[in-house]
Design a protein around this ligand. Structure first.
Ligand code: SAM
Length: 272
């Protein structure tokens, strides 16, 4: 049988592709917990990133009746479309998710993103979603536990860093539950966790210059041990940090997310 013919055969399960971060969920209890966490309501526009062999897709379809999925692996498109028939209406977008315009996809309604993400692409996917935060109601993602810990960390934690600040400035981040490697085939080498992110209302974000905010956060955490005055020397001086109500000798890992926003806005106002 040729590759394409094989992928069109009923019940065919292609082998997991490492370069696409494929680890397929098979633990029914964990799948049920994800569906429960998403808790779809009539009228919700659900969009799943990386449906794979349908582990979350089909149970979500059973519950909700319709779903849009974005899958990059062409070998999975036919099994998904074919398998979905028994469960509900599936719209399959065969694309790299990083090229999908969520704003166009959302149309009038906000979308709800779901996905057991390919771990090699988790940061780019998170930041791509943030670019479209205005049209996203919430996100439920399976990621490496270590990444979820960093995303949800607060000041004073060892893992509080650039990812924590960049995500929490735009979203509420809630770590929901951990998932062991044995829940997947093949098992990943690391523990996983499911996280919920709810984008803040645009007026709550309050960042004046998004590029400057990103630069301040990047530089502040660029050299964690440095004081703010030294770490931010390319962007501002100690007086500007003080004028924003922060101590120039503080370190980035002690600073609240709202204080980073205030500092970047003060710098934007002073023309930095
Ligand atoms: N949701 C399935 C599950 O839980 O069993 C599969 C999850 S697997 C960790 C990640 C999925 O993302 C795979 O199906 C993979 O083919 C897909 N994927 C990888 N890179 C992608 C990309 N750039 N765009 C869309 N899907 C991608």
């Amino acid at each position: 049988m040729t590759g394409t013919a094989r992928s069109h055969a009923k019940g065919f399960k292609p082998e997991a592709k490492k370069h696409l971060g494929q680890h397929f969920l098979h633990d029914g209890g964990i799948i049920a917990m994800i569906v429960q966490a998403v808790d779809p309501k009539p009228g919700d526009h659900l969009v799943e990133i990386g449906p794979g062999q349908g582990a979350i897709t089909f149970p979500l379809l059973d519950r909700h009746g319709e779903l849009t999925v974005i899958e990059f692996d062409r070998d999975l498109i036919f099994p998904l479309t074919d398998g979905a028939r028994a469960h509900g209406t599936l719209e399959v977008i065969h694309r790299d998710v990083l090229t999908v315009d969520f704003t166009a996809l959302a149309n009038e309604d906000k979308i709800r993103l779901v996905g057991n993400l390919p771990y090699n692409l988790s940061s780019p996917i998170l930041f791509h979603a943030l670019d479209h935060a205005a049209v996203i109601r919430d996100m439920h993602f399976m990621l490496q536990k270590e990444v979820v810990d960093r995303m949800a960390a607060g000041p004073g934690s060892k893992v509080f860093g650039r990812l924590s600040v960049m995500l929490q400035a735009y979203c509420q981040v809630i770590a929901l539950f951990d998932v062991p490697p044995g829940a997947f085939r093949p098992p990943p080498k690391v523990d996983s966790a499911v996280v919920r992110m709810i984008p803040h209302a645009p007026d709550k974000i309050g960042i004046v210059d998004h590029a400057l905010f990103a630069r301040v956060v990047r530089d502040a955490f660029g050299q964690r041990r440095k004081t703010l005055r030294n770490a931010l020397s390319q962007v501002c001086d100690g007086a500007a940090i003080e004028a924003a109500g922060l101590r120039p000798d503080a370190r980035a890992e002690q600073i609240e997310v709202a204080d980073f926003v205030r500092l970047a806005n003060a710098l934007a106002a002073s023309g930095a």
